[in-house]
Write a protein that binds this ligand. Structure first.
Ligand SMILES: [Zn+2]
Length: 280
């Protein structure tokens, strides 16, 4: 299987579906991660915190957007290696997205045509609607690009049509950060990331400049992936919502985590993240 992820910012790929990607990498699947913006303005903790000091480190304080962005690209490169992502494509648009841009849609459509992914993974477009509209815009860009790639005509666009089989939108969190975002347990598919949870933590530890390393990485895994895991009946899970309905010849039957209703909550609470994966 070929998987393409399309996200707004460098760390999104890892925080949203890093565990799922690690499992697919282990299964021999090919993964291309597309990042639309350089993400220099989102969580610039290392730089913003230094600037708040009375006597900031001159080298850090002098960093411009290109230096901040290059540091993020390097953090992503290290994280992608840990997860097993084959190709990272950073488009480096400025992270001030306010609307879907036709040129960006075409750019992503060309990448879809170049890599011909079977499936695409991106954010749920209402997650979150207000606080980080760039996530919504990234997904609208991705969907528009997939539709565009599906309508390429060889004699007109110098490119034959490309059919992406499915789009997996990142699952809903239990709580929303704002009143306009969708939230709740409406996820219709979970991936058990328990066997690779240490790699997801190690990959998140790479994002030092935005304060994701260390405690935050463990907090996110415990709370977010732990809550999805609770719903899925496993220690840690990533949640998805299928964009298109699926067609089967027979009703699908899948193993549903731990079946023993008496002990399942104990069974899926066996891993102490902070004990097993100590701070770097
Ligand atoms: Zn983001």
């Amino acid at each position: 299987m070929k998987i393409m992820t399309i996200y707004a910012h460098p760390a999104d790929t890892i925080t949203n579906c890093g565990g799922t990607l690690a499992r697919h990498a282990d299964a021999g699947d090919e993964i291309v991660a597309v990042i639309l913006t350089h993400g220099g303005r989102i969580h610039p903790n290392k730089y913003a915190e230094e600037l708040r000091k009375e006597n900031p480190d001159a080298a850090i304080a002098a960093a411009g957007i290109e230096e901040i962005a290059e540091n993020k690209r390097e953090e992503l490169r290290r994280a992608a290696e840990i997860i097993g992502i084959d190709t990272v494509v950073t488009l480096d648009h400025d992270d001030v997205m306010v609307t879907v841009q036709p040129e960006m849609v075409e750019q992503v459509a060309r990448l879809v045509a170049e890599h011909t992914p079977d499936v695409v993974i991106c954010d749920y477009p209402h997650n979150t609607a207000v606080l980080s509209a760039s996530h919504t815009l990234a997904t609208m860009t991705a969907i528009a690009a997939i539709e565009r790639a599906g309508m390429y005509l060889k004699n007109v666009d110098d490119q034959a049509e490309v059919d992406v089989q499915q789009i997996f939108l990142g699952g809903y969190p239990s709580f929303a950060n704002d009143a306009l975002s969708t939230y709740g347990q409406r996820n219709d598919l979970y991936v058990d990331i328990t066997p690779v949870v240490g790699r997801k933590i190690a990959a998140m530890d790479c994002f030092e400049s935005q304060g994701y390393a260390g405690l935050f990485a463990r907090k996110l895994i415990e709370s977010n992936n732990g809550e999805f895991g609770r719903a899925a009946g496993v220690n840690f899970a990533e949640a998805f919502v299928r964009y298109r309905p699926e067609t089967h010849e027979l009703l699908p039957l899948v193993p549903r985590g731990r079946e023993d209703v008496l002990t399942r909550h104990v069974a899926y609470s066996q891993i102490n993240v902070r004990d097993q994966f100590p701070l770097p």
